[in-house]
Design a protein around this ligand. Structure first.
Ligand SMILES: Cc1ncc(COP(=O)(O)O)c(C=O)c1O
Length: 374
C-alpha cells in the first residue's frame, strides 16, 4: 500500500479560501470600465500607490491614506523597508523573534544586517532578554509578527505590546510589525495593533506591514506599509528607481474588493473554514504529542511544537519523510545565533490546508517518528 504523504510544509492559502470567481468578475468589470487607467503607467513623482486603494486601506485601518504605501506583496515591503532603514547604518543589527519568518531574515541579511534572535515565549518575545540586548546595543529595528506568528502561531500579549512600544520610545529604535494573519482570529479578542499603540506614546516609532494575501488572494501581490507620511515618500523614491509602481490593474481590483465588501465577506468565510481545522489540530497535538506546543494559536495558519528527540534534526526529518511526512526544517526559522531548546526539534505544523483527520494522521506519524528518535 502506498502511503499518502501528509504535508506539514508550506503556509499558503488553500484554494477554497480564495474567492477566485468573484475576483474574476471584479477584474472584468474594472477592465470594461477603466481600461485607460489600468493599462497606462501609474503617475510618476513619488507615487505611493493607487489613490483609491490607499483610501480603502486607510479606511480599513482607520489611518490617513497619506500614511499608506502600496507594494507588490508584503515581502517587497520588507525589502524596501530594510533598504530604507539600513541605508546609512554602520554594522547594523536587527533583532527578530526566535523563531521567526525565514524569508524576512534572508532579506535583512541581504541588506547587510546582523540578525540576532530574541527567544519567543507563548505570549511574545522574552522582554528580559530584549532589555538586556538593548542595554548593549540599540538595533536599527526590531522585527515582530505579533498576530498568529509565522512559524509558531504565537500572539504577542497586550502587556508585551505596550512594553515593546515603550522601549521603542525609550531607546529610539523602530519596530516593524508584520501582520498578514491579524484578521484571521477564530476566538478571543485581538490585542491592539502596535502601530496604534505608538500613536499615543511619545517618541515611539512603529511601521506596520500588511498584506491582502491571506484575506483575498496572494496572486494579486498586494501588500502595504503604514507609517508616518515621510516613510511612504522615502519608499516611493526607492520604488521609482527600480519598478515604478505595482501593477495598476491589480491595485484597482484590490481597491474594489475592499470597497464592496468582498474582503470582509471572504475574511469571515476563511475564519469559518479554518476554525474547525485549528480546533482539530490543537486537539490532535494535545492528545498525541502532549504538552509540547508553544501556544494555542486561536487564529492564523500555524501551530508549532518543540518535540524532544535524541537524534539530530537531519536524521529525524529524513526518517519522517520515509514515514510519509513532509516537514519544513524547523532550524531554518531561527537566525544564526539562535536555536530551539537543546534536545528538541522545532516543527511548524500548518493546519490551514488539512482537514482534521489528515492533520491527526500526520501527528500520529510524527509521534511514531519521535518515539523512534527518542
Ligand atoms: C509573516 C509573513 N510576512 C510576509 C509574508 C509574505 O506575504 P505576501 O504574500 O504579502 O508577500 C508571509 C507569507 O507567508 C508571512 O508569513
Amino acid at each position: 500500500m502506498t502511503v499518502q504523504t501528509v504535508h506539514f510544509s508550506r503556509g499558503i492559502p488553500p484554494l477554497e479560501a480564495i474567492p477566485s470567481t468573484a475576483i474574476a468578475e471584479h477584474t472584468s468589470a474594472v477592465l470594461a470600465a477603466e481600461p485607460d487607467r489600468v493599462f497606462q503607467y501609474a503617475p510618476i513623482g513619488r507615487h505611493t500607490g493607487d489613490q483609491e486603494l490607499r483610501e480603502q486601506l486607510g479606511k480599513f485601518h482607520s489611518v490617513d491614506p497619506d500614511r499608506v504605501f502600496v507594494t507588490n506583496g508584503s515581502l517587497q515591503a520588507l525589502d524596501l523597508l530594510a533598504a530604507h532603514l539600513l541605508r546609512d547604518a554602520v554594522e547594523p543589527q536587527v533583532l527578530v523573534e526566535a523563531p521567526t519568518y525565514d524569508r524576512a531574515v534572508q532579506i535583512f541579511e541581504r541588506h547587510g544586517a546582523q540578525v540576532s534572535g530574541v527567544p519567543l515565549r507563548h505570549d511574545g518575545v522574552d522582554l528580559n532578554v530584549l532589555r538586556e540586548r538593548l542595554r548593549t546595543k540599540v538595533p536599527a529595528f526590531v522585527y515582530v509578527i505579533p498576530d498568529f506568528q509565522n512559524p509558531s502561531g504565537v500572539t504577542t500579549s497586550e502587556d508585551k505590546r505596550r512594553e515593546l512600544v515603550r522601549l521603542s520610545a525609550e531607546y529610539g529604535f523602530t519596530i516593524l510589525e508584520d501582520i498578514p494573519y491579524r484578521e484571521l482570529r477564530f476566538s478571543g479578542t485581538a490585542p491592539t495593533r502596535l502601530g496604534e499603540l505608538a500613536e499615543s506614546t511619545d517618541g515611539a516609532h512603529v511601521l506596520t506591514i500588511g498584506s491582502l494575501s491571506k484575506v483575498l488572494s496572494p496572486g494579486l501581490r498586494v501588500g502595504y506599509v503604514i507609517g508616518p507620511p515621510g516613510t511612504p515618500h522615502a519608499l516611493a523614491a526607492l520604488a521609482e528607481s527600480t519598478y515604478l509602481s505595482p501593477a495598476p490593474l491589480l491595485q484597482v481590483v484590490a481597491a474594489r474588493a475592499l470597497a464592496n465588501g468582498l474582503i470582509r465577506e471572504n475574511t469571515e468565510h476563511v475564519r469559518r473554514l479554518l476554525r474547525p481545522r485549528h480546533d482539530a489540530a490543537v486537539e490532535a497535538v494535545r492528545q498525541t504529542l502532549g504538552d509540547v506546543h508553544l501556544c494555542v494559536p486561536e487564529g492564523g495558519y500555524y501551530i508549532s511544537v518543540h518535540l524532544p528527540i535524541r537524534t539530530d534534526e537531519e536524521s529525524f526529518l529524513a526518517a519522517a519523510r520515509k514515514d510519509g511526512l513532509a516537514l519544513t526544517r524547523g532550524s531554518a526559522f531561527y537566525p544564526a545565533d539562535s536555536a530551539p531548546p537543546s534536545g528538541t526539534v522545532f516543527l511548524r505544523l500548518p493546519f490551514q490546508a488539512l482537514d482534521g483527520e489528515e492533520f491527526a494522521e500526520g501527528v500520529r506519524r510524527l509521534a511514531a517518528a519521535a518515539e523512534r528518535a527518542a
